[in-house]
Design a protein around this ligand. Structure first.
Ligand code: AMP
Length: 218
């Protein structure tokens, strides 16, 4: 990691697999910003911005926001000064169009690492159904696997933890269906470039992180 070119870490994987938790650990290790498109959209919804008002009902139904809106949002974010040395993308790209747009906008000398997180569907449903999110700072907990120190209170900012509307069982199934449809072309896209590294999330948070560290250090 003595590379002076920007380092772009892309996290792929189904909703609920634990990408957000892993992203925060990777951010601490690499000291580059974590960009979660879901978090940006949820902040906009909370603040009732035009972007939030436009996308709220789509997100609550578990559907994808249009490529046009997402691409504009991400390109704006990665152009900021704090992204000069690199960044971690969590939840983007989710479609082939997004992957092409991202590729065109990156420094050709950038080092790109793609981590593909996977787990069985049963594991994902268990994880999502116990997931608690802080609407204030975005920190994610799990009632069993990663509980907050005080029940339903965020360790980070002491605000109340909630279940996301789109983490309800029926909506999760819709999100997984959309994920299955979109992921194959993305896997192919990054596989052809030999950039994809697969990580099992069946074990603990630390086990998954250890696999990522090995790959990122090479
Ligand atoms: P996430 O927190 O990554 O699960 O994202 C929550 C929701 O935000 C998704 O179900 C989509 O509605 C929307 N979203 C986030 N990222 C994207 C993206 N790259 N493309 C389209 N919609 C997205």
């Amino acid at each position: 990691m003595t590379n002076t070119h920007p380092l772009i870490v892309i996290l792929l994987g189904p909703p609920g697999v634990g990408k957000g938790t892993q992203a925060l650990k990777i951010q601490t290790m690499l000291q580059i910003p974590h960009i979660s498109t879901g978090d940006i959209l949820r902040t906009n919804i909370k603040q009732k911005t035009p972007l939030g008002l436009e996308t709220q009902s789509i997100i609550e139904k578990g559907e994808l926001v249009s490529d046009e809106i997402i691409n504009k949002m991400v390109l704006g974010r990665i152009a900021q000064e704090d992204c000069k040395k690199g960044f971690i993308l969590d939840g983007y790209p989710r479609t082939l169009t997004q992957a092409h747009t991202l590729e065109k906008s990156l420094d050709p000398k950038a080092t790109i690492k793609v981590l593909m997180y996977h787990a069985k569907n049963e594991t994902i449903v268990t994880r999502i159904s116990g997931r608690l999110t802080c609407r204030h700072c975005g920190q994610v907990f799990h009632v069993t696997f990663n509980p907050p120190k005080k029940p339903h209170i965020c360790d980070n900012c002491s605000h109340h933890l909630m279940q996301r509307k789109d983490d309800q069982a029926q909506i999760v199934l819709e999100r997984l269906k959309i994920y299955q449809k979109e992921i194959d072309p993305l896997i192919q896209f990054y596989n052809q470039k030999s950039l994809l590294h697969s990580i099992s999330c069946e074990g603990s948070i630390d086990e998954a992180f250890a696999q990522a560290v090995l790959y990122l250090k090479n």
